[in-house]
Design a protein around this ligand. Structure first.
Ligand SMILES: Nc1nc2c(c(=O)[nH]1)N[C@H]1C(S)=C(S)[C@@H](COP(=O)(O)OP(=O)(O)OC[C@H]3O[C@@H](n4cnc5c(=O)[nH]c(N)nc54)[C@H](O)[C@@H]3O)O[C@H]1N2
Ligand SMILES: Nc1nc2c(c(=O)[nH]1)N[C@H]1C(S)=C(S)[C@@H](COP(=O)(O)OP(=O)(O)OC[C@H]3O[C@@H](n4cnc5c(=O)[nH]c(N)nc54)[C@H](O)[C@@H]3O)O[C@H]1N2
Ligand code: SF4
Ligand SMILES: [Mo]
Length: 702
């Protein structure tokens, strides 16, 4: 029997764990109380890490799809050669853009994917680079790029010291926080309230977070921009602004929000003008307040305006960069300071079919199917997916699934056969999380406290297995080697050196040369993590804008305000769709684990009882939900927790696909994919998918 400290990489909370291991098997997992960030927190998903490790369905060796549609084993050597040859052939014959890449969410949770996975995308040199970013946080990144000069210079609420947490469209009680690494949110909220602070939430569903909030207000999906701009309007008209000296564009911002009054907002959003005024005033007068918005306001038609307005609320009230407000982090490995992450850019090129702008070097994944299906120069003929499931996670996933069937070649780096990877010719499975070393390069950058922690692998790498970084190294080098048009020798050598350096050595080098002067040795001596203290004021020094000033009124956003004029006032009887997350789900995967899927079903369409009655529907019966792009049939569940006029489906469900092995208990986890209803035509100005507020009809199933 031995004990070893570990880490959970399943969500952004990055909790520290303590494992008890006996004869190569995990016998217990608990939260590590000595972890300076997570302080002992754990949720049910961490225990399921063990199920993934043990899961007989998890692929441990590469598989190739035969012409009969069966999977057969193939050696690593052959598999990597096949992948590199096919990809290079497509690029040699049809140009680099004929190969597309899609990077899914777990990439940001793996050290090897961060150090080496991104290099696969750069080695391919294709404009057809896509990721989960454009169905998630792109608006936040674009706003940070425009206002602070770097796409990842994203302030996080100083939850441990704030007196007023203002939340739009996030459910950290279930999600454990996002773009805000805040393990143990429940306890931190209790502490906030115990010190007399409050949490105010705007969400069209009375969520788990609403139930612990001091105040919760329903807001009609997709209309938050009106509430937020009206709050800014109140700050200006009532003389409540105290912008910092290093903020540029106060007058332009004042003029821009001039017409966005609380009364106008009330008509469209369902939030009363009084509530808007009161919340704005209280926020301004609190002294330590932080505004924050997440998925609900980022995956909607005005995501970028919402993200901008949230920043402006913090800035205008003097709450940016002060204790208890919204603050920037100073991680031990500072990818921003070191220039290791691009500052971001926008609209340097456009997508071939729909002419959509790139953002930070990526095109919106909502248009991937168009690029595969539309013939012509530059058509996508081959695809690499890495740790993703876009058939379930992107708008009109069904159409994308059909498009994948027409590809000349597809390779997936993943350890499950899922709704997307089932279409691959080849699947390359890396070792599981418990078999790899981990240092979190991303989430220390977004954490509510500065800490550093290195976690060695819990189990040795099985013989013949490959870590993800080794797969990426061989794939990238293999393609470059076979491509007719090669990078210059100097470039090739630099790439090769970087690709051959292991992630662990990379981390050690970055720690030693970083401002904190730490080393791997020091971190290994403290596997629970090293506390580097609370967040500190860092402005204007940390700004990455050329003039070291905050841009309050970027032109792109001022221009985008015109689109708001077209938002209709909802009529009686209209229904719009939103998503939701459950504590025991992890996007579209982890549904193969018994302990996360047992219990009461949670896949239903939630609806307000008055909307149910108005349609003569019966609670619990099957209904058909129809949108512009598709229809699904699912059981309905009435609940007062839904705002009238709004229905909700969880995302990541709908595992009915044949041939899929990441759900052998499908009958226990019914449900449909919300993304068979969401619409790839509905986009934010950033190119992010607008999932919130999709118009739908609900009728009795035939
Ligand atoms: N309607 C609607 N759609 C949404 C959302 C929503 O709220 N509503 N949310 C969006 C958001 S925020 C996100 S992040 C996306 C997520 O969408 P995706 O990133 O496309 O999908 P995931 O469900 O995270 O799929 C992860 C895949 O990675 C594999 N995997 C897990 N760990 C590893 C690993 O270490 N290495 C490798 N190689 N593979 C691994 C799993 O087996 C699984 O197949 O969905 C988006 N889609
Ligand atoms: N248990 C669990 N945790 C997770 C994940 C998971 O799948 N399961 N996924 C992880 C990932 S990839 C991410 S990105 C984060 C996301 O983290 P969160 O953003 O906290 O997660 P959600 O639960 O999607 O919360 C979005 C909320 O927005 C509300 N909403 C929908 N539309 C609107 C709108 O138009 N306006 C407003 N104001 N609200 C709206 C929804 O009702 C919902 O409560 O969670 C992460 N953590
Ligand atoms: S909150 Fe997130 S990081 Fe913490 S144990 Fe749960 S899934 Fe893992
Ligand atoms: Mo996400």
């Amino acid at each position: 029997m031995r004990k070893q400290l570990g880490v959970c990489n399943l969500c952004e909370a990055i909790c520290g764990l303590e494992y008890t291991i006996d004869a190569g098997r995990i016998v217990s997992v608990r939260g590590n109380p000595d972890d300076p960030l997570s302080r002992g927190h754990i949720c049910p998903k961490a225990v399921a890490l063990q199920d993934i490790y043990d899961d007989p369905d998890r692929l441990r060796n590469p598989v190739r799809r035969t012409s009969q549609g069966e999977w057969e084993p193939i050696s690593w050597k052959e598999a990597l050669k096949l992948a590199a040859t096919k990809l290079a052939d497509v690029q040699n014959n049809h140009g680099n853009d004929a190969v597309a890449v899609y990077l899914g969410n777990p990439n940001v949770h793996s050290l090897g994917a961060m150090t080496h996975g991104t290099q696969v995308a750069s080695a391919l040199r294709t404009k057809n680079t896509y990721s989960a970013t454009s169905v998630d946080q792109l608006p936040h990144q674009l706003v940070s790029h425009l206002m602070y000069g770097h796409q990842l210079l994203i302030p996080v609420p100083d939850v441990d010291r704030t007196d007023f947490l203002l939340v739009f469209g996030a459910n950290p009680m279930a999600s454990n926080g996002s773009l805000m690494t805040v393990p143990d949110f429940p306890k931190r909220v209790r502490e906030l309230k115990a010190r007399g602070g409050k949490i105010v939430l705007f969400d069209p569903r009375r969520t788990e977070t609403a139930k612990v909030a001091t105040e919760h207000h329903f807001v009609r999906p997709g209309t938050d921009a009106f509430v937020l701009l009206a709050m800014l309007n109140v700050l200006f008209t009532e003389g409540l602004t105290t912008p910092p000296l290093h903020a540029e564009g106060v007058d332009a911002l004042r003029a821009a929000v001039d017409g966005f009054t609380p009364d106008k907002a009330a008509e469209i959003t369902g939030v009363s003008a009084d509530v808007i005024r009161c919340v704005a005033r209280e926020f301004a007068e609190s002294g330590a307040a932080a505004a924050y918005g997440r998925i609900g306001v980022s995956t909607q038609a005005f995501g970028t305006i919402c993200a901008w307005a949230v920043q402006c609320l913090n800035i205008l009230t003097g709450n940016l960069d002060r204790a208890g407000g919204a603050m920037f982090t100073e991680p031990a490995i500072d990818l921003i300071e070191r220039g290791l992450l691009s500052r971001g850019h926008f609209d340097k090129w456009r997508s071939r079919v729909r002419g959509l702008p790139e953002a930070g070097g990526e095109l919106p994944v909502s248009t991937l199917a168009d690029e595969i299906l539309t013939p012509g120069d530059g058509q996508v003929r081959a695809l690499v997916t890495i740790a993703g499931n876009p058939v379930l996670s992107t708008p009109d996933g069904k159409r994308l699934g059909d498009a994948l069937k027409s590809l000349d070649f597809m390779v997936a780096v993943d350890y499950y056969i899922n709704e997307t990877t089932q279409h691959a010719d080849l699947i390359l499975p890396p070792t599981s999380a418990l078999e790899r070393n981990h240092y979190d390069l991303v989430f220390h950058l977004l954490a509510v406290r500065n800490t550093a922690r290195f976690t060695p692998a819990l189990f040795p790498k099985p013989q013949g297995a490959r870590d993800d970084w080794e797969i990426f190294r061989d794939l990238a080098l293999g393609v470059i080697h076979r491509r007719k048009r090669k990078p210059t020798l100097a470039k090739r050598l630099t790439m090769e050196v970087r690709l051959r350096l292991s992630p662990t050595l990379t981390v050690d080098g970055l720690l030693r040369t970083g401002q904190r002067k730490l080393s791997l040795k020091q971190l290994k001596a403290h596997p629970e993590g090293i506390d580097l203290g609370p967040l500190r004021p860092v402005l204007p020094g940390r700004l990455r804008t050329k003039d070291k000033r905050i841009q309050l009124a970027p032109q792109l956003l001022l221009d985008d305000l015109h689109r708001l004029a077209e938002v209709p006032v909802a009529s009686e009887g209209d229904l719009v769709l939103i998503g939701r997350r459950h504590q025991r789900d992890c996007n579209s995967w982890m549904h193969n684990t018994e302990r996360l899927t047992k219990g009461r079903p949670r896949h239903q369409l939630l609806i307000n009882p008055q909307d149910l009655a108005a349609r003569n529907l019966i609670d619990g019966e099957s209904v058909t939900v129809t949108s512009r792009v598709g229809e699904v049939t699912v059981e309905v569940q009435a609940t007062d927790d839904m705002m009238p006029g709004v229905v909700s489906l969880p995302h990541g469900y709908g595992h009915a696909a044949k041939n899929v092995n990441h759900l052998n208990n499908a009958e226990k986890l019914p449900g449909v994919s919300i993304n068979d209803l969401t619409d790839p035509e509905l986009l934010d100005v950033s190119g992010n998918a607008a999932f919130s507020g999709v118009p739908v009809r609900v009728t009795a199933a035939q």
